[in-house]
Design a protein around this ligand. Structure first.
Ligand SMILES: [Zn+2]
Length: 294
């Protein structure tokens, strides 16, 4: 990973105060409009990521298991989602999108999914006036206004991968100037090795690790190939009825110990916001260094 242009500032948000660590004045920790890119890893049970593009479009990748993402968006007065992406139809990713779909105060302009999500969501489309769920595959890309989201996985021919498998998760990469993000959904080792073999560009500044940081994902070869400066993991529950459990992944721990990199987790850090102007980036944590589990 090229660290040359990357300057990390850590904003620690405690009790409404902002404590700045670092010395570069990249403004962005708050909710004010910003001309660059903001990526919010929302504190939900499961995955939910809100991307705010340089031209103000809103992209939601997954919605978590319940109404947390819906409530977060409302608290930020965000009611128009330009692109919603269901990486796969599991109970810790998709119900939050359905929650938003069923609220008349929200407008959801386009909806994308993998094959399994399409099968599940299509029946609900007519209700909210959307024609269809666009199924994405490697090679597709979405213009999000001032940046684009490239789809790296699954391949057009998914072969024998079962339709509801984690390994069929939509994987996307976002590049903005010198800063890039790789969003892995619940991809596990099969998918990681598949992406490496596809020879797509995967070197990325920030990695949202696959499958909540469980040891079925984030294999050493994959971490080396991505060479992230920052790894983000998201809270994991064995079912939507169980509280999140904390995951220790030896490969992630070893990578972070042996490289100049950092690891944050929504279960401990709450919502994680990364803002970038394409050169530097900063990270705002709702709880730091690690708050109480929620
Ligand atoms: Zn999951």
């Amino acid at each position: 990973m090229k660290k040359l242009f990357i300057i990390l500032i850590l904003f620690i948000l405690i009790s409404g105060c902002v404590q700045e660590v670092g010395d570069v004045p990249l403004q962005t920790g708050g909710d004010e409009p910003y001309e660059g890119l903001r990526v919010n890893f929302i504190a939900v049970h499961g995955d939910s990521i809100l991307i705010e593009s340089p031209e103000g479009q809103k992209v939601l990748i997954d919605g978590g298991s319940e109404a947390h993402a819906h409530n977060y968006l409302k608290s930020k007065n965000i009611t128009v989602i330009d692109h919603a992406i269901a990486t796969h139809p599991h109970s810790d990713h998709m119900p939050g999108i359905e929650w938003i779909m069923s609220d008349e105060d929200f407008r959801l302009k386009k909806l994308y999914g993998n094959k399994g999500a399409e099968a599940h969501l299509s029946s609900r489309m007519a209700k909210i006036g959307l024609v269809n769920v666009q199924v994405l595959k490697a090679g597709d890309s979405i213009d999000i206004g001032g940046a684009k989201l490239d789809v790296l996985w699954p391949p057009p021919d998914t072969g024998a991968i079962p339709i509801f498998s984690n390994d069929l998760s939509l994987v996307t990469r976002l590049e903005y100037g010198n800063v890039s993000f790789l969003f892995m959904g619940d991809c596990e080792a099969f998918c990681e090795y598949g992406i490496i073999s596809s020879e797509a560009e995967i070197d990325s500044t920030i990695l949202k690790a696959g499958h909540h940081g469980l040891e079925t994902s984030s294999k050493p070869e994959f971490l080396q190939a991505v060479s992230p400066d920052v790894i983000v993991t998201t809270s994991y529950s064995s079912s939507q009825y169980e509280p999140p459990v904390y995951i220790e992944n030896r490969d992630i721990n070893e990578y972070v110990m042996n490289t100049d990199s950092s690891h944050f987790d929504t279960q401990w850090n709450g919502t994680i916001r990364i803002t970038t102007d394409g050169n530097a980036y900063n990270i705002s944590l709702e709880k730091a260094p690690r708050g109480e589990r929620w």
